[in-house]
Each structure stands twice: as C-alpha cells, then as structure tokens.
Design a protein around this ligand. Sequence first.
Ligand code: HMG
Ligand code: MG
Length: 302
Amino acid sequence: NYPNFVKIIDVGARDGLQNEKQTVPSDVKIELINGLIDAGVRKLEATSFVSPKWVPQMADNDAVLNGIVKRDDVVYSVLTPNMKGFDAALAHRDQFANYEVVIFGSASEAFSQKNINCSIAESIERFAPVAYAAKAHGIKVRGVISCTIGCPYEGEIHPDKVAYVTEKLVAIGAEHIGIADTIGVGTPIKVQKALDAALRYIDIDNISGHFHDTYGQALSNTLAALQMGVWQFDTSVAGLGGCPYAKGATGNIATEDVVYLLHGMGIETGIDLDKLVDVGQKISAFLGRQNGSKVATAILNK
Ligand code: HMG
Ligand code: MG
C-alpha cells in the first residue's frame, strides 16, 4: 500500500553544499535553488544559520535568502541550532509565506559533541527556546536526528536512542522529525526499526527519511520506508553532499533517483525529472564533480 504522492525535501543547497571546500558563490546557490523550484520542488533547505567558523560555506545565508525566488507554495527551511542562529534567521521571516526552521539533534552522544559541540541533553536545552520563539512568530519547526542507525564514532545506534531524542524534540515543539542515516550504513530492516522507534512519538504524516548513500543502500531504504507509509524524503539533487563531521560520508540519496523510483511506481512528486536533471548537471559541472545521480547519468547518456 504505497502513498499516491511523495513530498521531496531537497537539501542540496544546504546538506549538499555545506561540506564543499571551494567557496560556492551565492549566485550559484541562488540559481540552484531557483532551478529546483522551477523543476517542481516545493520544499527545500536553503541554507544554515550556524557558526561560519564551523561551516564557512553557509556564511552567505543572508545573500542566498535575499536572492532566491519567493513563492507562496514553497516551504523554505533553514537550520538554526541555537538562538543566535534563530535571531539571524528571523530577519527573513517576512520574505516567505512558508518559512521553517530546523533544529538538528543526534541519536549519538559523540556525534552531538562533534557536530554541535554539546551533549544531547544540552542540545535539547538550546533547541527549546528556538522552537518556542519560532512558534511565537508563526514559523514551523522541523527536527532532524542524525546517526539514527550508525555513528562514525560510536558504531551501531540502538533504536531506543532514536525514540528518546524524538520524544524530546517533539516535547519542545518539533512538528516534524527527519530520521537521518548520516553515514549511510543502514539497511531496510534497521531503517524500519529506527523509523518505528520514532513513530512511537511522531505521526507518520510528520516524519521523513533522510538517507545518505555511502554504502549504496539509500534507495532500498527509501523503499522500505515507503512500505511503512512514510511519504516524505530529504534528498539532494545530483546526490550532492556529505557531512563535515562524518568523515567519508557521501551525499544524500540523489533526488533524481528517488523521483525516478517514485514515478516508476506511479507515485506523484510534482517534479519534472528532465528539468531536475538539468539542475543537477549544472551544479555538478560547476563543482567539477561527476553527477552523483545514476538516473541523471543514464538520462544524459541516452
Ligand atoms: P559553539 O562554539 O558551541 O557555540 O558552537 P558558542 O555559543 O559557544 O559560540 C561560539 C562562537 O560561535 C561565537 O563567536 C558565537 O557568536 C558563534 P565568537 O565569539 O567566537 O566570534 N556562534 C554563531 N555564529 C553564527 N550563527 C550561529 C552561532 N552560534 C554561535 N548560530 C554551534 C555551537 C552549533 C554554533 C556550532 O557547533 C556549529 O555551528 N556547528 C555546525 C553545525 C552544522 O551546521 N553541522 C552540519 C549540519 S547538520 C547535518 O548535516 C546533519 C543533517 O543533514 C542530518 C544528517 O544527515 O545527519 C541535518
Ligand atoms: Mg544529512
């Protein structure tokens, strides 16, 4: 029993580019985001309000948000790990009809320390005022949990840890939870267990799968999540990405590959695959990188 429609949250401009060593000019990011919207993407991560010392690539958050196309039918998300980030993000609130902040925790203590420089418990304390302030301003709050299957420092992660962090994030006001396989070690049954654990505290309509493809399992994991009724996925055009605090992690599953899978199953996404392929190819060419989407590569070689 598959859903009729799947919502894609393209994270390419954020998760995809944050780890890029060469500075990607704001204009290129703006063109990327505008291209995604033109291809039919209706929810996307535009940038992060994090420390520019930690993630220099996202330092141009203001320029990117100012420059992109604003549409009422698009949800624009930005990462805000603390009040400093939230306050900076808030300045853009009136530019967007649908603006969302993302608080991002971890199911692994060690990864929490490496990624956001605090324990899981401390992270919840930092996120709580962000979620509270966001609600007060009518801004949606999405939570993402990293390392829900495995951690580069701790190894395998027990689903109970995913349940625990989900409960905490929901308790402080997260309306949606993304279950991230940050280092792409998951396989279908493990992913289903992590999702099941989160589903103890969040509704199926408010959960997304965020799968990285490091071990080539992300498409299988997407299908496994679909079979559970999950209908929202965080994906990255051209498979861009990697996490600065997860060595060797490759990109998220490519949006093109997920869209091809879905359309092939008769599931609608609202996305024009050919246009999307062009967007992915353009950014890959700019980065001097082979396109990380198999579907895009196949279509371009036809
Ligand atoms: P910290 O050093 O603990 O924070 O960093 P602090 O409050 O002690 O502040 C230290 C300095 O950072 C100060 O500046 C602050 O002003 C500044 P200084 O006085 O030294 O000049 N600062 C900030 N500047 C701008 N924006 C802010 C901000 N906060 C503090 N929001 C912090 C804590 C979270 C900020 C830091 O650890 C950080 O930025 N980490 C990077 C987090 C990140 O972006 N990671 C990648 C995204 S998560 C991800 O990719 C996973 C995901 O895709 C899911 C998955 O696949 O797993 C979501
Ligand atoms: Mg990610």
